[in-house]
Design a protein around this ligand. Structure first.
Ligand SMILES: *Cc1c(COP(=O)(O)O)cnc(C)c1O
Length: 360
């Protein structure tokens, strides 16, 4: 077996220990004579998996009983639509902070449903910086405030939850969830597609303050209603059972790593190693303002963009995969989620130094 070092932005690297456990359990899961993919989601055994996964999410993130934890489908993108449909009424305003590609997409979808407003827009800095808090135009009566703590494409991260007064804060944490401890009580909703920092694609985690479950207009169909999902244990219809199971293994793995404090310290070290390598070189550059650089997605450019193809080709020969930047940005991007080991970053940094040496 040969595993590569996978810097994909998502679906992304998973812990090898988790993959090996899943492989071992596939033909005959817990003595059932079936794989976990072949059992009923209503079976006792699967319900135990589902409940344990929820308990582990609560323990890892320190989530109180004031919040519902839902395991849904449709990705983060589906929540872009469901959030305004559930958390606001016709005529309400939804406040959106724009810091890059994903927050803009969430804003556009909210606009389809409600009166979505732009609180501030990072366009002036080409989304390499977060607009200063003093410049935000908040609406005191907004149904909620939406932002994207980590912009997966631009590599811009807002490291502390923003203070927006009494307005509920809704955060798309798709690419930063569980990368460090967060104070969940500062949020009304945290949501994330699983395929970056949690597990396989197809599962979406939604953590919602319970009082907000009551807000949905009466004419909203059941399947689009968070309260129905929460009341039904996220089993209103057949859930993505394999994704739920595998994510559960990742939660166990995170606990074995020492929980989110230890994981966060490691992630900070990993990011520093890569940013230091970029900053001390005159060949590589990262455009993002230092205070809002992402710990999870690190875009960087080469001083000679005509060498991008060569860089990627030689990197692949070293087993350093999926470093091509997003088509909208160009250059390179290294996504260094929880499951990326420190040795993976070291291998990348070593490769970058060697490439610079032979090309300058
Ligand atoms: C990947 C990503 C999304 C889209 O997720 P889907 O699960 O594909 O809908 C949304 N927001 C952020 C921040 C992302 O990184």
């Amino acid at each position: 077996m040969s595993r590569v070092t996978n810097f994909s932005a998502g679906p992304a690297v998973l812990p090898l220990e988790v993959l090996e456990q899943a492989r071992a359990e596939i033909p005959d899961w817990q003595g059932s004579g079936m794989s976990v993919m072949e059992v009923s989601h209503r079976s006792k055994a699967f319900i135990a998996i589902a409940e344990t996964a929820e308990a582990d999410v609560r323990e890892l993130m320190g989530i109180s009983d004031n919040y519902a934890v839902m395991f849904l489908q449709g990705g983060a993108t589906m929540q872009f639509a469901l959030l305004p449909m559930n958390l606001s009424q016709p005529g309400d305003t939804v406040d959106c902070l724009l810091t890059g590609t994903w927050s803009k997409k969430a804003f556009k979808e909210a606009q389809v449903v409600r009166n979505a407003r732009i609180v501030a827009d990072g366009a002036d800095s080409a989304y390499t910086d977060v607009p200063a808090r003093e410049s935000w135009q908040l609406e005191s009566g907004a149904a909620y405030f939406h932002y994207t703590p980590n912009e997966t494409i631009g590599g811009v991260e807002i490291h502390a939850p923003p203070d927006v007064g009494d307005v509920p804060v809704v955060a798309d944490m798709s690419s930063t969830i569980m990368s460090r401890p967060v104070d969940v009580d500062k949020f009304a909703v945290i949501y994330a597609g699983a395929q970056k920092n949690i597990g396989p694609a197809g599962l979406t985690l939604v953590i919602m303050r319970r009082d907000l479950l009551e807000r949905a207009p009466a004419d909203l169909p059941n399947i689009m209603r968070y309260k129905s999902h929460a009341d039904g244990g996220s089993m209103l219809n057949t859930p993505p059972t394999f994704g739920w199971y595998l994510s559960g293994l990742v939660f166990k793995w995170l606990k074995e790593q020492g929980g989110l404090t230890a994981v966060g310290e490691r992630n900070q070290r990993k990011a520093k190693l890569l940013y230091d390598a970029i900053d001390t070189s005159s060949f590589y550059a990262n455009p993002v303002t230092e205070s809002c650089r992402s710990w999870m997605n690190v875009p960087f450019t080469l001083a000679k963009p005509e060498l991008d193809g060569e860089f990627l080709k030689l990197a692949e020969q070293e087993g350093l995969m999926n470093l091509k930047g997003h088509r909208s940005v160009g250059g390179m991007r290294a996504s260094i989620y929880n499951a990326m080991p420190e040795e993976g970053i070291q291998a990348l940094v070593d490769f970058m130094a060697e490439f610079e040496r032979t090309n300058t």
